[in-house]
Write a new protein. Structure first.
Ligand SMILES: Nc1nc2c(ncn2[C@@H]2O[C@H](COP(=O)(O)OP(=O)(O)O)[C@@H](O)[C@H]2O)c(=O)[nH]1
Ligand SMILES: [Mg+2]
Length: 274
């Protein structure tokens, strides 16, 4: 983990504007506090992604909360083309001061250098691809720092590194790790499915008590065994003995949650604010 962070820190040295993506369903769990020091002197854009899957009221809460700590906080659905324009505008605006300064010194204003960072699966590649596609100019000749890395010329005023910084997660904090696993930002085998579904069903019972009603006709939400058995019944999940296939029910529940099929749900709630 240290090594991965060190690598990102090195690459950040030449970056003017850092774009950190976090999952709107687990903002505090997916944000990286370890880079604070390195990033402190840089302009920062924080993007809560996947807002189409998150609870709108909680997204509003988190945006307000995080605005006290970041230059710009945006909440977007990265799959929408309009979101890409919003990000481009924010980058250009943040870099403007630097370019003005260069101009006033009689220098030719240099393009703003940006880099996207975030934990796995938050939309980094989607965003890079969309920003790159907007300009046919494509990749600049100047290489990045690591072999194979390139600067993408998004516009005359800014360049984007084509390789994102993949942030390692902090496994020490069980709750955050669980939230990240549930939204799909952690390799799944780190936390076993039975622990994840148990956590999810208790969380839903307390915070989104009708979430399993529409999809599985489960209300109220009881013990996890009973939830899984009802899912097996609903979806005819039968194992080779003819009994309920609870293993498949676990996988199905986790997948439907991840895909937003249980509704717009945010795992990091107000009291997780630190
Ligand atoms: N619904 C939704 N899906 C998104 C959004 N952003 C990314 N995705 C999807 O999330 C998955 C992971 O995205 P990807 O760009 O590969 O994430 P990366 O691991 O950070 O590079 C892909 O299936 C994307 O289509 C978003 O804002 N909303
Ligand atoms: Mg990727």
């Amino acid at each position: 983990m240290k090594k991965a962070l060190k690598e990102i820190e090195d690459r950040l040295k030449v970056i003017d504007v850092v774009i950190e993506l976090i999952d709107a369903r687990a903002p505090i769990s997916s944000i990286n506090p370890q880079l604070e020091k390195t990033i402190k002197n840089k302009k920062r854009i924080l993007v809560l992604t996947k807002i189409d899957l998150a609870d709108p009221l909680r997204t509003e809460f988190w945006v307000t909360y995080l605005k006290t700590q970041y230059d710009v906080v945006l909440a977007l659905d990265i799959t929408q083309q309009s979101s890409i324009k919003v990000i481009e505008k924010a980058i250009t605006a943040l870099g403007q001061a630097k370019r003005e300064k260069e101009k006033s010194k009689g220098m030719k204003p240099q393009p703003i250098r940006t880099m996207i960072i975030g934990v796995p699966n938050v939309g980094k590649s989607s965003l890079i691809n969309r920003l790159a596609r907007r300009k046919a100019a494509g990749v600049q000749n100047k290489p990045g720092f690591t072999r194979g890395e390139q600067w993408i010329k998004v516009s005359d005023s800014f360049l984007l590194l084509d390789t994102p910084g993949i942030l390692p997660m902090n496994y020490d904090e069980q709750k955050k790790a669980t939230h990240l696993a549930l939204v799909g930002s952690v390799k799944e085998d780190i936390l076993p499915n039975h622990i994840l579904v148990n956590y999810l069903s208790i969380f839903l019972k307390h915070n989104y008590s009708t979430a399993l009603q529409k999809r599985f006709n489960i209300y109220p939400i009881g013990e996890i065994e009973s939830v899984l058995q009802q899912i097996c019944q609903q979806r005819s999940l039968v194992d080779y003995t003819g009994g309920p296939d609870l293993t498949r029910a676990e996988i199905l529940l986790l997948k439907e949650f991840k895909d937003g099929l249980l509704g717009r749900i945010t795992l990091d709630i107000e009291k997780d604010a630190t």
